[in-house]
Design a protein around this ligand. Sequence first.
Ligand code: SD4
Length: 322
Amino acid sequence: MTTRRKFLSSAALLSALPFLNKLKAASADTPVKPVVLSTWNFGQGANAEAWKVLAAGGRALDAVEKGVQVPEGDPLETSVGYGGLPDRDGRVTLDSCIMDEAANCGAVACLEHIMHPISVARRVMEKTPHVLLVGDGALQFALAQGFKKENLLTAASEKAWREWLKKAEYKPIANIENHDTIGMVALDQQQNMSGACTTSGMAYKIHGRVGDSPIIGAGLFVDNEIGAATSTGVGEEVIRICGSHLVVELMRQGNSPQEACELAVKRIVKNQPKKSREMQIGFLALSKNGAVGAYALQKGFTYALQTPEIKNQLFEAKSYYA
Ligand code: SD4
């Protein structure tokens, strides 16, 4: 929220299509690899970190974890991790999930006091027989795993919340600018895919509310044979269509990543013809051969893409509404 507009200089926002076509063309015989793709302007900083892992031949799983840790740890990003805007009770509650090439996955929801929920999600995946831990149970697990308990509510976010309390109007649907999740999907040099998704969710939500971001199949889905997808925006609507799973399954049926993202957005419009005009939802998709798709309900959904040819550039996705 703080930085999106700032970065929207027209110079930085190139049309993605020529690059995407190139990716597709190149993928016919020589798969393009590695690739990292992530949501919003903070995706650039996250991609840069992920790229270090990918360029060195590391796992996509490590790349996405390292990548999304960047906005998680940035106190100026008010929609992810540290500095995230709190719920209506003033509590910063975080939702994250991670998924690897073997369909292993882990997630935490409504987790408080931990700077890097994505790493707790990875521990859930690697150290427990479960997929999702929530609330105090997730916190107790994180502490037992050695994570440090911290105060994630910055002075700026507390001030914004106190200001909000004066009216306490809760209009998450109309507020297109009030939420930015980082979703990241990547393909590594071994041609394995992974993804991560992490957010503080909607500002001033009811305590305990969980969005799409930690829900495997909604905020994130990876199928190493087909591709990966992630989402941002009003999580309730993404959950209703199992958004990221839908995008991957649409790719399995032969749609390009771009077509799959567009079909998923159109499904939301069909479900919510009126409401869809007033909210933002965006999908990103990456196919196994390195082709990329991006589509949103509204204008202004930016994403960052890095490949050997594309040096971590920012693009604006096409949108359903002009
Ligand atoms: C949620 N999808 O909690 C998240 C918020 C978000 O861009 O993506 N904002 O519903």
